[in-house]
Design a binder for this molecule. Structure first.
Ligand code: PAF
Length: 256
């Protein structure tokens, strides 16, 4: 695996990559959800590029950024073992040489669901993803449906800006008890971990959003939202102390 610590070195080498190129952007703390995206990219492309960059501009909460797990040595070993061709490890100064003067703003869906609870989150996500896609120049980029709102906003951004890349959604990978895999699961203490599968259980079995929210609150979750939009049911809820862990999930639901 070729590792680039410098964005300009990557850009100089890019024309030598065998195509098509598949790209999996990550913030590290890799789990089986990431693995499934990477395996799919390896199956569908000649070169697979992964980036690890913890993007401070998408964290609306300083404590969440500080608590974000950092596992670079393990992540690098995982990527080598999977057969990833290229790893890009950009720095803040390389990504935000403009001081975040230029930003990608979306004015509708980014203010709903997670956007209504995380000020500026999707501006940070869309801006970094636009930059990473322009740096990496893949034919296909892979995103997990656990972050379905993120996937939808990125897919719409690519259409809106006529970007020459296919955004590929990948199904959620779950633990055997139903908990959707997330890097933040590493921060769940044993009590919070025991309660966490309730999210998937309730959204799969209780038909009213309000009743799901009530049941989660009664179980000790601090619920941000339970909402159904366009045939999909979305939930975000916080659990645990020190750190508080914000979990999200979604499932497709039959339209009435
Ligand atoms: O889903 C993530 O891990 C991040 O939001 C992404 C897409 C890598 C952008 O920082």
């Amino acid at each position: 695996m070729k590792v680039f610590n410098s964005v300009s070195d990557y850009i100089s080498s890019r024309s030598g990559f065998e195509g098509p190129v598949g790209f999996v952007p990550t913030m590290g703390a890799l789990h089986s959800g990431h693995r499934s995206l990477i395996v799919r990219s390896i199956e569908e492309n000649q070169t697979t590029v992964v980036s690890i960059y913890v993007n401070p501009m998408q964290f609306d909460n300083e404590n969440d950024l500080v608590a974000y797990p950092e596992t670079l040595v393990e992540d690098q070993a995982t990527l080598e073992a999977l057969g990833v061709d290229v790893l890009v490890l950009p720095t803040y100064d390389q990504i935000y040489g403009d001081g975040f003067r230029y930003q990608v703003l979306e004015n509708l869906f980014s203010h709903e669901l997670c956007g209504a609870h995380r000020d500026g989150h999707f501006t940070g996500v869309l801006t970094v993803v636009m930059k990473l896609l322009n740096i990496v120049r893949p034919q296909k980029a892979y995103f997990g449906e656990k972050d379905y709102q993120q996937y939808q906003l990125i897919s719409d951004m690519v259409d809106a800006f006529f970007m020459d890349v296919e955004i590929v959604p990948c199904t959620i990978v779950r633990e055997s008890d139903g908990l959707a895999l997330s890097s933040r699961n590493l921060n769940l203490d044993s009590c919070a971990r025991a309660k966490a599968p309730l999210i998937h259980e309730l959204i799969s079995n209780v038909s009213s959003d309000i009743e799901v929210a009530q049941a989660l609150s009664e179980a000790g979750f601090d619920v941000d939202y339970v909402e159904t939009h366009d045939g999909r049911r979305f939930v975000a809820a916080k659990i645990g102390e020190n750190p508080v862990v914000r979990l999200i999930d979604n499932i497709p639901v039959a339209m009435p």
